[in-house]
Unconditional design. Structure first.
Length: 222
């Protein structure tokens, strides 16, 4: 496969992963009675049982759609990252590959082990997977920012990647603080979670767009 074809493939994979994630979430949420993007967790959409979890009413008829979305996003993210490494030069390549694997394994765990499984150790796998996905995805954005600065990628991309990764990790910290104490309640938990997650999908679209724009160059560095 030519270098241009690799760049195009990587770009499509980055954007497709983000699109699948957002689309499956919307489809699952549309069938969930009273679902709130602000107060409900994303994982609530993947719970097959009807009942109550953490004080939240759970009823997700399209749970299989959301869980499939988690897994497909993970596979597309990993495929995009590995294709990007084949298509580009420079940057912390081993670190980026390791981070991509961490993200992919984490979000696949989220889709395979649903959030309603409270019994240990199964339930713990869901929480661990969510942490791996959120931290891994936002670290991927920060790593891309560092690599982009070293290799001369557009300043806008570098700044945007660094901002997205930083905001995402802050969202995760605030989610933990919000969940652990009643003294901090600036935003609903679902909002903090989405702040930590959507930065990753936003970075995927940003990276895919940059790569599509760079197809005409003979060599791409990332």
């Amino acid at each position: 496969m030519s270098q241009r074809a690799l760049v195009t493939t990587a770009a499509v994979l980055w954007i497709a992963g983000a699109a699948v994630y957002v689309a499956t979430e919307a489809v699952a949420a549309a069938a969930f009675p009273g679902y709130s993007y602000a107060t409900n967790y994303i994982s609530d959409l993947g719970i097959p049982d009807v009942g109550t979890v953490g004080g939240r009413a759970i009823d997700s008829p399209r749970h299989a759609v959301m869980n499939t979305g988690f897994v497909v996003q993970g596979l597309l993210f990993l495929a995009a990252a590995l294709t990007t490494l084949r298509a580009t030069t420079g940057g912390p390549r081993r670190s980026f590959a390791g981070i991509a694997v961490t993200y992919a394994v984490g979000i696949c765990l989220v889709g395979i082990v649903h959030g309603g499984q409270a019994e240990a150790p199964t339930g713990a796998l869901h929480v661990v997977g969510a942490g791996m996905a959120i931290v891994g995805g936002n670290l991927a954005a920060l790593t891309a920012a560092v690599a982009g600065r070293r290799t001369g990628l557009p300043r806008l991309y570098v700044v945007a990647s660094a901002t997205l990764g930083t905001v995402g990790l802050i969202g995760l910290v605030m989610l933990q603080l919000d969940s652990a104490t009643t003294s901090i309640d600036l935003l609903p938990a679902g909002t903090w979670e989405r702040l930590a997650v959507y930065t990753v999908t936003g970075w995927q679209v940003l990276t895919g767009g940059l790569m599509l724009a760079a197809r005409r160059t003979s060599r791409t560095q990332l």
